[in-house]
Write a protein that binds this ligand. Structure first.
Ligand SMILES: *Cc1c(COP(=O)(O)O)cnc(C)c1O
Length: 400
């Protein structure tokens, strides 16, 4: 990992890449430069909501390219207003700030949490974050992240974070008692990089109550689990609650870079002119991608598809792996699934590639599946057919 590569000497070695280059895709399938077809169970890390070369997204983007790609935020951008209105309709929240990525959305959320404090005379606001969290790789978001590997080498970290275990309300209450300057509670509704760890429904509901009682912001990072992946527009909707601040990114543009911070009434007025900005954020091309993605998701019933095909995929995995020693748990929701093993799952990445399947491994021992939401039942069964024998073979070896 992370050694200069003979084949890409001028690309900074920030990734240990698999030895494959992809050339094109269609639906849930991609082809490598040798002409091999691969089944995409990763979707560009929960980004390619509509798969590849979607027959309605691509012409819409082509149309947009001939009109405007970028104008700057000095002028009104009607597509931005349209996408903001749609996100507010789907979430029940009030307004939106657009940016270009997940970490940018989370940075904006953290700035909102701080300014929310300052507006109330609290000049050293703190934010409660959680074990297992991943929020990005900027200095503030890597400080909010729980992974020491991501933080190593980048101290001093940004101060102002208080960490609690996930799904532990007494721990959050104790942290609030010990840290009166806390202005926000910030978590992923389902942790992605941390290994597909859901915040429990009762936990989310209790956090909502705590935030209401104490005038705090509940900030739910739905960068990975949002935009239909779990079978609802936003994963927190399974708990019947609303956040005050919701960062989004990954799947919102079906591959075109985009980020958004959606705010409810308590947070919507915190940032005003001069407080925050971005050159590229909210540009017409990215906004068109977002508008069309949400429209196609509605027209094609992709929430219901994520739920139903997710159940097929989970069922096929559970059946194939039933009774296999070393499978700790299969968890997640819709088309955001993790298979936790009792040992490092890294070897599966290359083996899956050889078998014609793109997957991810996260938190060392968790096989993670984040396929496009257009996945069919048949493709879900094919994923399980390709993956199950590889997992069984890995687990049949002596545990390292
Ligand atoms: C991917 C991810 C981010 C960071 O998004 P980038 O676009 O890579 O900056 C933040 N939060 C969560 C939950 C993510 O999954």
């Amino acid at each position: 990992m992370n050694v200069p590569s003979a084949s890409e000497p001028h690309v900074m070695p920030t990734y240990g890449r698999l030895p494959v280059a992809l050339s094109h895709g269609q639906g849930c399938w991609v082809w490598d430069t040798e002409g091999r077809r691969l089944l995409d169970a990763l979707g560009g890390i929960a980004v390619n909501t509509l798969g590849h070369n979607h027959p309605r997204l691509v012409p819409a983007l082509q149309d947009q390219l001939t009109k405007l790609i970028h104008t700057s935020n000095y002028y009104r951008i009607p597509l931005q207003e349209q996408l903001a209105a749609k996100l507010c309709e789907l979430s029940g929240l009030a307004n939106v700030f657009f940016c270009n990525s997940g970490l940018e959305a989370n940075e904006a959320a953290l700035k909102i949490a701080r300014k929310f404090g300052h507006d109330r005379g609290n000049t050293s606001p703190e934010v409660i974050v959680f074990e297992g969290a991943f929020h990005g790789r900027s200095l503030a978001t890597l400080s909010a992240t729980a992974n020491p590997k991501i933080q190593a080498g980048f101290a001093p970290l940004v101060p102002g974070f208080v960490r609690c275990p996930l799904n532990d309300i007494p721990a959050v209450e104790a942290a609030l008692a010990a840290h009166p300057n806390v202005t926000a509670i910030f978590l992923e509704t389902i942790q992605g990089e941390g290994g597909i760890n859901p915040a429990r429904v009762e936990f989310l509901q209790a956090l909502r109550r705590l935030c209401d009682e104490r005038d705090l912001l509940l900030m739910l990072d739905e960068v990975q689990c949002g935009i239909g992946r779990t079978g609802k527009w936003f994963a927190h909707q399974w708990a019947g609650i609303r956040p005050d601040v919701m960062p989004l990114a990954k799947g919102l543009g079906s591959g075109v870079p985009i980020g958004a911070v959606v705010c409810g009434p308590r947070a919507a007025g915190v940032l005003t002119a001069g407080n925050h900005g971005t050159t590229f954020g909210g540009n017409p091309l990215a906004m068109r991608a977002g508008v069309e993605t949400l429209k196609i998701m509605e027209e094609d019933g992709l929430l219901a598809n994520a739920e139903a095909v997710g159940a097929t995929l989970r069922g096929a995995l559970a059946e194939g792996l039933a009774g296999v020693a070393g499978v700790v748990e299969i968890r997640g929701q819709g088309l955001m699934l993790g298979i936790e093993l009792d040992r490092p799952a890294g070897p599966l990445l290359g083996q899956a590639l050889e078998a014609g399947l793109l997957i991810s491994v996260t938190a060392d021992r968790v096989v993670r599946l984040l396929p496009p939401l257009i996945l069919t039942h048949d493709e879900a069964r094919q994923i399980a057919t390709l993956l199950v024998p590889l997992i069984k073979a890995l687990l049949a070896q002596p545990k390292p």
